[in-house]
Design a protein around this ligand. Structure first.
Ligand SMILES: Cc1cc2nc3c(=O)[nH]c(=O)nc-3n(C[C@H](O)[C@H](O)[C@H](O)COP(=O)(O)OP(=O)(O)OC[C@H]3O[C@@H](n4cnc5c(N)ncnc54)[C@H](O)[C@@H]3O)c2cc1C
Length: 370
């Protein structure tokens, strides 16, 4: 049988067979991509998609901060944008950002230019493409409040300029065709004073540190808030805080976060999430909806958790299987990867870019609080 990679069109970017993509997500678990394509630029991506046999499945991923890749990996071609899509430029009161630009970098670049209203992005550890698809938001603002327009490529490589309204953005969802790749977004800011914007960035950082396990291997909020209620409150009320399955645990700090303690498989995390949904339903009659996207095939573990790089307090998962752990230190102390400079493997280039944005902000006397 001819391998998939042998059937793919030539490209200037990187085409990698059996790429360990699950390990590069925030959870650090899950199987490989059958083929990973990292296009060099828009023309490279367009040419590749145009020549790609229509039967080949295509998935798009960003930083992997809202993804659980299943243990059997992702069949077909996985597209992940990189440096060629990470530019951030100020255009009047708008910020033009590539699909791979980190949300944080967009927030700091806007702050540096004296543009407010985009501070909420500093607390979201995703890319612009992923955040647009998810209509990511925090502290009362979402992408839909700041998005002017986007540019996306369809499965055949054709370019589309899309108005914000046409994306159908609503609570953690968009109506964009799942096979389309967002390559650029135009976001609107409002002129403000540097000190006020910097103070807001600091407030957001402090609030995150106080309420979320930001140094753990997690996918952020696991479930969407049902109308009129909070997912974390329902999970807590159902007694699920600290619930364990294999190497996965429901965060003690924030009951709507699942944590990979260092030994979890994707199946542990997904099973734990399903157990929580079941218990919440039994307790409150409400069936929670997953916010974290689960992709790929269940099954054989081809790539267990990425090697653990931080300190971990003693954990004996087998003994706690299916039980609530009263006081579990889930804080996987990534002391050498302190936010905002932490990122999954493969994002180091973005971190360097973030450092230079911060340096730029400081050199202009507009202290962005980082
Ligand atoms: C500690 C932590 C805190 C978080 N806090 C928040 C929060 O406050 N608010 C919030 O909304 N989310 C939060 N999240 C979730 C996550 O950061 C956001 O959903 C983020 O927008 C996902 O971006 P990503 O690049 O990681 O996308 P991924 O997780 O890689 O992908 C998410 C979805 O976007 C699609 N996608 C990715 N890139 C593209 C692209 N270029 N074109 C088309 N589709 C694409 C993928 O197919 C997938 O459907 C948090 C996550 C963590 C780990």
């Amino acid at each position: 049988m001819i391998s998939l990679i042998a059937q793919l069109p030539l490209a200037r970017g990187r085409v990698i067979a059996n790429a360990p993509i699950g390990r590069q997500t925030w959870f650090g678990v899950g199987g490989p991509a059958e083929v990973l394509f990292r296009p060099a630029d828009i023309a490279d991506l367009a040419g590749f998609l145009a020549a790609l046999p229509p039967a080949v499945p295509v998935s798009v991923i960003g930083i992997g901060s809202n993804l659980l890749v299943r243990d059997g990996g992702i069949p077909g071609v996985v597209i992940r944008l990189g440096r060629g899509f990470a530019a951030v430029a100020i255009d009047g009161e708008d910020v033009r950002a590539g699909g791979a630009a980190l949300d944080r970098i967009v927030a700091f670049a806007a702050a540096d230019a004296g543009l407010g209203g985009l501070e909420f992005l500093s607390g979201i550890p995703g890319s612009v493409g992923g955040s647009l698809r998810m209509n990511a938001g925090a502290y009362g603002r979402e992408m839909k409040h700041v998005l002017v327009s986007a540019i996306a490529l369809d499965r055949s490589g054709k370019t589309h300029a899309i108005d914000s309204n046409a994306l159908g953005l609503s609570y953690r969802r968009s109506e964009l065709d799942p096979s389309w790749v967002i390559v650029e977004a135009r976001l609107h800011g409002s002129p403000g004073d540097c000190a006020g914007i910097a103070a807001r960035l600091n407030e957001i950082r402090a609030a995150r540190e106080a309420t979320q396990p930001v140094r753990a291997r997690t996918g952020g909020s696991t479930f969407k808030n049902p109308p009129g209620d909070s997912a974390w409150r329902l999970v807590d009320a159902a007694g699920c805080r600290g619930l364990v399955r294999g190497g996965a645990i429901v965060s003690q700090q924030h009951a709507n976060f699942l944590i990979n303690t260092g030994t979890a498989t994707a199946a542990d995390l997904e099973d734990l999430g399903e157990e929580v949904r079941h218990r919440v339903y039994e307790h409150s009659g409400i069936m929670l909806e997953w916010e974290i996207e689960r992709i790929g095939l269940a099954g054989q573990i081809k790539s267990p958790s990425a090697p653990f790089r931080g300190k971990r307090e003693g954990l004996a998962p087998a003994a706690w299987e299916g039980k609530v752990v009263a006081s579990q230190d889930e804080a996987l102390s990534f002391s050498h990867l302190t936010p905002p400079l932490s990122a999954p493997k493969g994002q180091e280039g973005d971190i360097l870019a973030l450092r230079s944005v911060n340096a730029l902000a400081l050199s202009r006397g507009c202290d962005n609080g980082e």
